[in-house]
Design a protein around this ligand. Structure first.
Ligand code: MN3
Length: 217
C-alpha cells in the first residue's frame, strides 16, 4: 500500500498498478496464467475503459451533449468499481501460507461485530461462494455505522452500502479461478484463505477507521 499519495487523479488519468509479486507467486492456489490474464488483460481493460469514459464525459460537458449519459454513468460505476476492487485484491493476497494470522486490531473488530473469527470466516465464505453470477465477497468498514460488514458485490458495483470502504475482497468472477478450478468455486474460495495478507488487512482497517487516505492502492 502506498502511504502518502494524495494527488487527485485527473479525468482519464488512471493507471494499472503493478502487482506486488510475480505472476507465479500465488501458485498453487492461483496459477500464473490465470493471474497474468486477470491482471494484464481484465484489470487493464477496466482501467482503460474507466479512462475512456471519463474522457468521454469531458467531451460531453464541453459540447453540452449528454445523449449517452446513461451509458457513460453505467460505465463509470462498473469500470471504476472494477479498478478499485482489483487494486485492493492484489494487495491483500501474498505468497501462500506467508500472510500470518489476523492482527490484534483486526481480531478485536471481527470478534466484537461477528462474535468470533470463525463466525466471520464462515459468513464471508458463504457470502462469497453464494455470489449470484459474477461478483465479489467483501469485508468492509462503513464509516456511517463505525463497524465492519460483509457484503456481496454483484458485478463490481451492485449491492453495496454507500460509503463502505473495502478491507478484504475476494474476486469470484469466473476469470479469477476457472482455468484451474473450473466450476468448483468452493474449492477456490477455500484455498484463497491461504493467500490472505493479514498485516495488509490490518493496515487497511486502521486507515479506514482513522479516515486516512489513500484507501485504495
Ligand atoms: Mn476480476
Amino acid at each position: 500500500m502506498k502511504t502518502a499519495d494524495f494527488s487527485p487523479v485527473k479525468p482519464g488519468g488512471h493507471i494499472l498498478p503493478p502487482l506486488p509479486y510475480p505472476y507465479n507467486a500465488l501458485e498453487p492456489v492461483i496459477d500464473a496464467k490465470t493471474l497474468e490474464i486477470h491482471h494484464n488483460k481484465h484489470h487493464k481493460k477496466y482501467v482503460e475503459d474507466l479512462n475512456k469514459t471519463e474522457l468521454a464525459l469531458v467531451d460531453a460537458r464541453s459540447k453540452g451533449d449528454f445523449t449517452n449519459i446513461k451509458c457513460l454513468e453505467n460505465e463509470l460505476a462498473f469500470n471504476g468499481s472494477g479498478h478499485i476492487l482489483h487494486s485492493i485484491y492484489w494487495t491483500i493476497m501474498t505468497y501462500p501460507e506467508t500472510g500470518g494470522s489476523p492482527g490484534e486490531i483486526t481480531t478485536n473488530w471481527l470478534n466484537w461485530y461477528f462474535g468470533s473469527f470463525d463466525a466471520f470466516k464462515a459468513q464471508f465464505t458463504a457470502a462469497t461462494i453464494g455470489v449470484e453470477g459474477s461478483g465479489w465477497g467483501i469485508l468492509g468498514y462503513n464509516p456511517a455505522f463505525f463497524h465492519l460488514e460483509i457484503l456481496q458485490a454483484g458485478k463490481h458495483q451492485n449491492l453495496t452500502q454507500w460509503g463502505l470502504i473495502p478491507i478484504l475482497v475476494c474476486d469470484v468472477w469466473e476469470h479469477a479461478y476457472y482455468l484451474k478450478y473450473q466450476n468448483l468455486r468452493n474449492d477456490y474460495v477455500d484455498a484463497w484463505w491461504k493467500l490472505v495478507n493479514w498485516p495488509e488487512v490490518e493496515q487497511r482497517l486502521i486507515n479506514a477507521y482513522q479516515g486516512r487516505l489513500p484507501i485504495l492502492i
